[in-house]
Design a protein around this ligand. Structure first.
Ligand SMILES: [Zn+2]
Length: 401
């Protein structure tokens, strides 16, 4: 019987707690301030492995992960071993659940990627537990340079329900989030059909007008994907689609907080405008996440990963573009906390409870006895979190600190 005691402050109340885990589930919780003589037999420390850190929080959930360690989810070379390697990398950074993200490509590559991910889920219990469903970002996005970002122009196309249905079948119904541009003539009907089927529709990589954004929301769109990125470099001061999306209360915003995609002032304004209850953090981790600085080939382009973690590519106009992020959500939480006036607990919530809420998962007390273990234990460093342990069921993974 595997038993552990976790000893740390709750991220939300800062109260020091001890949590007894047995066979991957919460067995009992007590305030660590309780006098020793009141300790029950279940907390006899000699019999247990004790894991300690400054803070304890629900594991991070990341709805946008493109790959890591050189493994690309949008690839015909994707193997179940590669998917598992990305899962393990996520765990070392506090992420317990995520949406593998397949981006704009030719139809066959997207099908292959979705089938490979599905096979990995069938074959591997860890992948099965960690994968929340898939995020399809593209190919139904804006073809114009600027909003299109680093997505390949030759594969961008209008929404096609038949094509999407074939992909959903290849994914065995697991496509859970779709990012698209509401500017295509058939987009609004497409959004309505996705929403009816419970797929979260996100607006992203688009240059929509006010009316198109309003129509998309009426059809069921719920999220702005990486608000403030995947945009034109220059916009009229107003109106423009950033203001329209900020002002639209029905839309949540996902935010990349890696220190490169958005200045702290913009993150602060997004969070204030949307309120923390309509924001969540994503890593948008690219296949370069977790790799050393250098020159790489990615998505048919040459991408430079700089020492400071910035990924850069050059588009056909000679314009420098970011090519996804090279870090995980632990960095995002630290930056959101350091770069804004959010409290640490609020920054953690944007990466832990908020994604659960977007996906309609229960967020009762995360230390409920009987609950399956899904935790991150971390210390707070100067400008980052130091992940000490990530615990998912019976898996206890030491963090990359
Ligand atoms: Zn994107």
């Amino acid at each position: 019987m595997a038993e552990w005691i976790l000893r740390a402050r709750r991220f939300d109340t800062s109260g020091l707690v001890e949590v007894l885990l047995r066979d991957g589930h919460v067995q009992a919780v007590r305030s660590a301030a309780t006098p020793a003589q009141e300790q029950g037999a279940t907390f006899e420390k000699g019999r247990h492995n004790v894991l300690e850190a400054e803070y304890l929080a629900p594991g991070f959930w990341d709805i946008q992960v493109n790959g890591a360690l050189g493994h690309n989810f949008t690839s015909r070379e994707l193997t179940p071993d590669a998917v598992r390697a990305v899962c393990e990398a996520c765990l070392r950074h506090g992420t317990t659940h995520f949406c593998p993200t397949v981006i704009t490509s030719d139809a066959e590559t997207i099908s292959f990627a979705l089938r490979a991910l599905t096979r990995a889920i069938d074959d591997d219990a860890l992948v099965r537990e960690m994968v929340l469903g898939f995020h399809l970002e593209g190919p139904y996005i804006c073809p114009d340079p600027g909003p299109r970002g680093a997505h390949p122009a030759e594969h961008v196309r209008p929404p096609d329900w038949e094509e999407f249905s074939r992909w959903q079948e290849a994914a065995q119904g697991r496509i859970r989030v779709v990012t698209l541009a509401p500017t295509w003539p058939q987009a609004i009907q497409f959004i309505a059909r996705l929403s009816e089927r419970g797929v979260v529709v996100a607006l992203g990589h688009h240059n929509a007008g006010s009316d198109q954004i309003k129509s998309a929301v009426r059809a069921g769109a719920r999220l702005c994907t990486h608000l403030g990125n995947g945009c034109d470099l220059f916009l009229p001061r107003h109106p423009n689609y950033l203001w329209d999306q900020l002002a639209e209360d029905a839309l949540w915003a996902s935010i990349i907080c890696d220190g490169h995609h958005l200045p702290g002032s913009v993150i602060k304004c997004i969070v204030r405008c949307k309120t923390p209850s309509r924001c969540l953090l994503i890593s948008d981790a690219s296949p370069l996440a977790g790799l050393p600085a250098g020159e790489y080939s990615l998505w048919g382009k040459r991408v430079t990963l700089h020492e400071n973690g910035r990924t850069e590519t050059v588009d056909e106009r000679g314009q420098r573009l970011l090519a996804g992020a090279a870090c995980f959500l632990d960095t995002g939480v630290a930056r959101a906390w350091r770069d804004t006036d959010l409290a640490l607990a609020q920054a953690v919530e944007l990466a832990s409870l908020q994604p659960r809420r977007l996906l309609s998962q229960a967020t009762d007390d995360f230390l409920q006895p009987g609950a399956r273990a899904d935790f991150v234990l971390f210390d707070v460093g100067e400008d980052r979190l130091r992940i000490r342990y990530t615990i998912l069921g019976e898996q206890v993974v030491r963090g990359e600190i």
